[in-house]
Design a protein around this ligand. Structure first.
Ligand code: NOJ
Ligand code: CA
Length: 704
């Protein structure tokens, strides 16, 4: 491990002193220019290979109830630069070691009259920029309320954007590809319905935002280390083509309560002429604090199946009965009501899943709908909705634990909160202790519906603090967390690697709620996954949902081979085989790939990438010399051409290729795949046809 840190105070500047300061990335390809305007407004400008990629953009914050905001009238009192180079090892990740190398510029600003001091810190990496606001402890500036952060990202042209509507409560949208000036006109059609949603502007979009300039530069705007602050959206001034930060408000409309000393999250801009570099960037992780969990030996990647898809499709139910109009926890006696016959989380059925998991080498089984309260869990803003410890009468917690243990299978707990954060905190200790007592060491949490306390949003500061509290409390119990409907990740898993999964985007469930766009997973790695892994829950083999539930005519908009490719394309240390055992039993030859694919990686190579169109990734297994390749293709059928030059020179391998059949098509023929085997070396070149909405998966095993 190489670590070097040096700090040089460049200049002590007076009001009349130096007002512009340049910083270059370690390899010289990026340059950021900080300037203080004549009225004392701080600005920055970003260049890639001497080409402007972010025009001069203002920095600052508007404060509530203060005569003066933190927008202008500053003078520079100090500027210092330093550099940093360290290689660190993630507990889990896409590679064994990550280099964190940057040059830094910290500008200390003092405001006239108020005498308040802030620092703007820039870190320039070889793949992009991070910057944040810092508020040192000072007598005249202790508590303050943010009315709005006023960070600008001024575009150099009418770029192509891959965007979802800005929303305080959900990210579960399909992406739209359009020019910046087209966002306003397309906005309404980009909004689909959700259990909780609140848009704020018809040019408002979410981060991570993926952009492409006319001259082929890929730009990505996001944030890192979002802790004790509210989530940032971007609001576009579509006349000037300037994005303005837009924080998520609380019930009173305020956007953050801060106490010095404190810092904002990092604002990040990744940029390259090669889209693969955006996927390879580790800026988001690098801008987070090192791991704060002393002993991480209990944190383990997991491949799992679950009593889940049958409820999502409507084949089975989470609820135990249809006879109880509303549940009163502790009062409603479920031993006296008539079961609806569709309750999937029953001991017999769960044991079948455990058998299936054990037979095919999975690590764990998730069970949803095991606890009392599902009869009216949704849409009522019910505070006391679940207690997280009381099973329905047909779910034998102890018996299931013993059975799973005897088969070497771990159980994954489900904690749906229905957005009632206070209720969850109220029960958290008991719920986690109950898990430990019954052999569970991972929980999937969920926040469906409007947030309680009412008026708060899924992405406002105090609710983000709730998600963080749950992750930290879980770490005390040695419990891993996979949160659904929580805020999108910003690399916090580096600091708390027990945050092993997150949804925070439109996952596979929407394929059973009417379907997602066929190119969805060629965009997610460029957007949602810039912040961290996603519990996307791939592996659907039956695309016609009516076969599971005649009342659901949804169609899964991918081919079967695409579903296999997702295990490599959609990185996650937590991977689900989401379909029903009976569907896997129909296609055991294709299922073999899901059985074989690892969840822990040593190295990752990005072979092909174009947002919205295709992604091909190769990863090396952490525990062997084997490689796995995955491709996800968009709407246009295409030939993917790859060279296996990542394989070790001189070694021989056997590749098993799971590809779309020649006549495959996500709409008309999604289950048409072909499996072939061939000997390969690091000289082998492969040309594989990918169907519309198709893809492929390859396992490459060393032949000894
Ligand atoms: C939404 C989650 O994303 C899904 O996975 C879960 O099954 C339901 N909520 C019920 O909790
Ligand atoms: Ca969800």
């Amino acid at each position: 491990m190489f670590k070097y840190f040096a700090s040089v105070v460049l200049a002590i500047c007076s009001l009349f002193g130096l007002k512009a300061q340049e910083l270059q990335s370690p390899n010289g390809s990026f340059k950021v220019v900080f300037t203080l305007e004549n009225d004392g407004t701080p600005t920055y400008q970003l260049f890639l290979k001497n080409k402007e990629i972010i025009k001069k953009s203002k920095l600052g914050l508007e404060l509530q109830n203060e005569s003066k905001s933190l927008l202008n009238d500053f003078k520079v009192v100090q500027q210092s630069t330093s550099n940093f180079d360290e290689t660190w090892k993630p507990v889990w990740g896409e590679e064994l070691a990550i280099q964190n190398k940057y040059n830094e510029l910290a500008v200390t600003l003092k405001q006239n009259e108020s005498n308040r001091e802030i620092i703007i810190r820039f870190r320039l990496f070889n793949d992009g920029l991070g910057f944040r606001y810092e508020f040192p402890e000072q007598k005249n500036f202790t508590y303050f309320v943010v009315k709005e952060e006023r960070t600008e990202f001024a575009m150099t042209g009418n770029h192509t954007a891959f965007w979802i509507p800005g929303d305080y409560d959900t990210q579960e949208y399909d992406y739209t590809e359009s020019k910046l000036t087209e966002i306003r006109g397309l906005f309404k059609s980009a909004v689909s319905s959700n259990a909780s949603q609140k848009q704020f502007s018809d040019t408002g979009v979410q981060t991570a935002l993926m952009l492409k300039t006319v001259d082929g530069i890929y730009l990505n705007i996001h944030e890192a280390a979002l802790i004790n602050y509210s989530c940032m959206h971007l609001n576009l001034d579509d006349k000037k083509l300037v994005f303005q930060s837009h924080l998520t408000p609380d019930a009173k409309g305020n956007k953050g309560y801060l106490q010095t000393p404190c810092v904002s999250p990092w604002r990040t801009i990744i940029a390259s002429a090669d889209a693969r570099d955006v996927l390879a960037s580790r800026i988001t992780l690098n801008l987070n604090e090192p791991c704060k969990i002393a002993n991480t030996s209990w944190i383990k990647p997991v491949k799992y199946v679950g009593v889940w898809w049958e409820m999502i499709t409507g084949k089975s139910s989470w609820a135990y009965t249809d006879d109880v109009p509303s549940v009163h926890l502790g009062v409603t006696d479920f031993t006296k009501v008539k079961p609806n016959g569709k309750h999937a989380a029953n001991t017999k059925h769960v044991k079948e899943y455990i058998d299936f998991a054990a037979l095919h080498g999975f690590d764990a089984v998730l069970v949803e709908g095991w606890n009392e309260g599902w009869e009216d869990w949704f849409g009522h803003e019910k505070d006391y909705v679940f207690d997280f410890v009381t099973p329905y009468p047909d779910f034998d917690v102890k018996g299931i634990h013993e059975y799973a243990k005897s088969k070497g299978i771990k159980m994954i707990m489900h904690h749906e909160t229905s957005g009632s954060t206070r209720n969850y905190e109220r029960h958290l200790d008991k719920a986690f202790q109950f898990m430990k007592d019954n052999g569970y060491d991972a929980a999937k949490t969920g926040y469906v519906g409007n947030i309680l306390p009412l008026g708060e949003h899924h992405y406002s500061q105090s609710i983000l603090n709730h998600y963080q509290y749950v992750v930290e409390k879980a770490a005390d119990y040695k419990i891993m967390i996979n949160a659904h409907e929580a805020v999108r990740p910003t690399g916090i898993c580096r600091t708390y690697p027990n945050m092993i999964g997150n949804e925070a985007a439109r996952g596979t469930e929407f394929q059973a709620f009417g379907g997602s766009k066929a190119n969805h997973t060629t965009i997610l790695p460029f957007t949602r996954q810039i912040g961290g892994p996603m519990d996307y829950t791939p592996g659907i083999f039956e695309m016609d949902i009516a076969k599971l539930n005649p009342n659901n005519n949804s169609h899964v908009n991918t081919t079967l081979a695409n579903q296999l490719g997702l295990y490599v394309v959609m990185y996650s240390p937590l991977q689900m085989a989401a379909d029903l055992p009976e569907n896997y039993n129909r296609f055991l030859d294709a299922f073999q790939f899901i059985k074989d694919v690892p969840v822990e990686w040593a190295t990752t190579k990005y072979l092909e990438a174009e947002p919205g169109y295709y992604i091909t990734i190769a990863r090396k297994d952490k525990n062997s010399n084997d490689w796995y390749v995955g491709n996800s293709n968009g709407y246009n059928a295409r030939i993917s051409t790859i060279t296996l030059d990542f394989l070790e020179k001189g070694k021989k391998y056997e590749a098993t290729i799971y590809a779309d059949a020649d006549n495959a098509d996500y709409k008309t023929n999604p289950q048409a795949y072909k499996i072939s085997k061939q000997k390969v070396t690091n000289k082998t070149k492969l040309q594989l046809r990918t169907a519309s909405g198709g893809g492929y998966a390859i396992s490459i095993v060393e032949v000894k």
